[in-house]
Design a protein. Structure first.
Length: 255
């Protein structure tokens, strides 16, 4: 029995020596494990999922919707107002452009009217010069016709005087010649009125109507000249007849 215990005691001590480092390692390992578990538990406790949020009450949700609608309505009103302002600016610009265009057209129309008035006045002045020249030529021709009539009257008067010296009766020829002289005098009076009538007509704005008076004077002068030549022709015929009568009477007496 003593031998048994004497053998058992050293064995126990050996086993104790061998087992102690393992026990320390296991203890340390368990401590580490326990620390890890504790840290893990702590970590798990810190990252636990949040609790589900409670649902938004209907009245709050309706208020949020109203606020959103108000914001949208405000935005729409702002956009509409901006659009109105933009349209007003465009309308104002358009009116300004239209006014500017209208003024430009007025200026062009005014310039056109001024040009037309100047052109019309230029045409009137050319017409006046043409009428002066034309009427001057007519007046010269009428004056020349009167001058020829006066020369004819002088020649016939000279013929009458010669016939009267021969004893030929020439009262009828003298009467026709006096009549011709009267027409010539009237033609000369009317002719002298033409230059003044021309000046008056040329100064008038209504040229066509103003020259009616000049035309009337010219026609009267022509008629007087025509009548004067008619009387001169009658005077010449009368003198020829008187001279033939006197010649026949002389021939008869000589026989």
């Amino acid at each position: 029995m003593k031998k048994f215990y004497s053998f058992l005691l050293p064995a126990i001590l050996f086993l104790s020596v061998v087992a102690l480092p393992g026990a320390f390692v296991n203890a340390e390992t368990e401590g580490t494990s326990n620390s890890t578990d504790t840290g893990t538990a702590s970590t798990n406790t810190g990252t636990m999922p949040d609790k589900p949020k409670p649902p938004i009450p209907p009245n709050v949700l309706q208020g949020i919707k109203k606020d959103g609608m108000k914001e949208k309505a405000s935005t729409i009103r702002t956009n509409v107002q901006e659009k109105k302002e933009e349209m007003k600016d465009k309308a104002s610009t358009t009116r300004a452009n239209i006014d500017a265009k209208r003024e430009e057209m007025k200026d062009r129309a005014s310039t056109t009217r001024a040009n037309m008035d100047a052109k019309r006045e230029e045409m009137k002045e050319k017409a006046r010069e043409h009428m002066r020249k034309f009427l001057g030529q007519i007046t010269e021709r009428l004056s020349a016709a009167i001058g020829r009539a006066e020369k004819l009257v002088e020649r016939i008067n000279s013929r009458i005087e010669k016939l009267k010296e021969r004893g030929v009766d020439t009262p009828e020829a003298e009467a026709f010649l006096a009549e011709a002289s009267g027409h010539i005098a009237e033609a000369k009076t009317l002719l002298s009125q033409i230059p003044g009538a021309v000046d008056t007509a040329v100064a008038s704005d209504e040229l066509r109507g103003a020259f009616e008076g000049v035309r009337s004077l010219i026609e009267k002068v022509k008629q007087e000249i025509k009548s004067a030549y008619g009387s001169i022709r009658k005077a010449v015929e009368s003198l020829k007849l008187s001279a033939d009568t006197e010649r026949h009477a002389t021939t008869s007496s000589d026989q």
